[in-house]
Ligand binder design. Structure first.
Ligand SMILES: [Zn+2]
Length: 263
């Protein structure tokens, strides 16, 4: 169920029935020369909607804001001031909670959010909330193997064979296969003299054209198969979250102990 498509009465019933909302997180950024700026958001939202049809949950409207400072040098990027980003995300989670959801699942559709989202999840121990936050994980090892068997290229990352294939399955009218670069984009290694280092410009150092991989072998058929792996994984995760009461009771225990410090 998509939040913005429900009437108020159907929304109220959906909250009572599922208690679970899915917040998908993508961004607006360059995706090589052949994919639309909203690729991450469009794909992750579509996959969440497909999963929520099989295991009922309410999907939050497409959310376009996240960590994407490394694309500020390209036209069309939308970034949010760092301090505001966290406040915005907390405000969105609180608003989902105020509408009655006890469980919020965050599904990430953008690699640049890989540090932001776990930190956001950790901030839920700062202050007790009316809801619990779950962050959907990666594919199982068996599905990772299946993923590798479907694809013809080994190096993936951004606007690559995988992402382009899934885009062809989800919204072929927005994909321009004739503009796929002639050469694959492998990491340039411009910071490789600093092994193990993490810097803000780290990704940019490797992929200054916001392309990582080789999209020439992308097809809609591969995209449908890859998408199925993602949807099946999320269906199982939604079911596990809906059945879970342990996280809420751990949070209750944690905040009771924290309250005890003040006495
Ligand atoms: Zn992407």
């Amino acid at each position: 169920m998509q939040w913005e498509q429900l009437t108020w009465a159907d929304f109220r019933d959906a909250v009572a029935e599922t208690e679970t909302c899915i917040l998908t997180m993508g961004v607006i950024e360059k995706h090589s020369d052949h994919l639309p700026l909203g690729t991450d958001t469009l794909n992750v939202h579509k996959i969440a909607c497909m999963a929520a049809e099989q295991e009922p949950a309410v999907v939050f409207p497409p959310f376009y804001f996240g960590q994407i400072y490394e694309a500020r040098c390209f036209p069309g990027t939308i970034t949010i001031e760092p301090k505001l980003m966290l406040a915005l995300l907390e405000g969105v989670l609180d608003e989902i909670g105020r509408n009655g959801f006890r469980k919020i699942i965050i599904v990430n559709g953008h690699g640049g959010n890989r540090h932001l989202i776990p930190f956001l999840a950790e901030t839920t121990l700062w202050e007790q909330k009316s809801y619990s936050v779950y962050v959907a994980g990666r594919l199982t090892p068996e599905r990772e193997e299946a993923w590798a068997a479907i694809t013809d290229t080994d190096y993936h990352g951004h606007a690559c064979e995988c992402e382009t294939s899934v885009s062809l399955a989800n919204h072929p009218e927005l994909v321009h296969m004739e503009r796929v670069p002639d050469e694959p984009a492998l990491p340039l290694g411009r910071l490789s003299h600093l092994p193990g280092n993490m810097s803000g410009a780290g990704w940019y150092a490797n992929h200054p054209e916001h392309y990582a991989g080789d999209a020439r072998t992308a097809t809609a058929e591969k995209g449908q198969q890859l998408r199925e792996l993602l949807v099946d994984t999320l269906v199982e995760f939604i079911a596990a979250v809906k059945a879970d009461e342990t996280l809420a009771s751990l949070e209750e225990e944690f905040f009771e102990r924290e309250d005890g410090l003040a006495r």
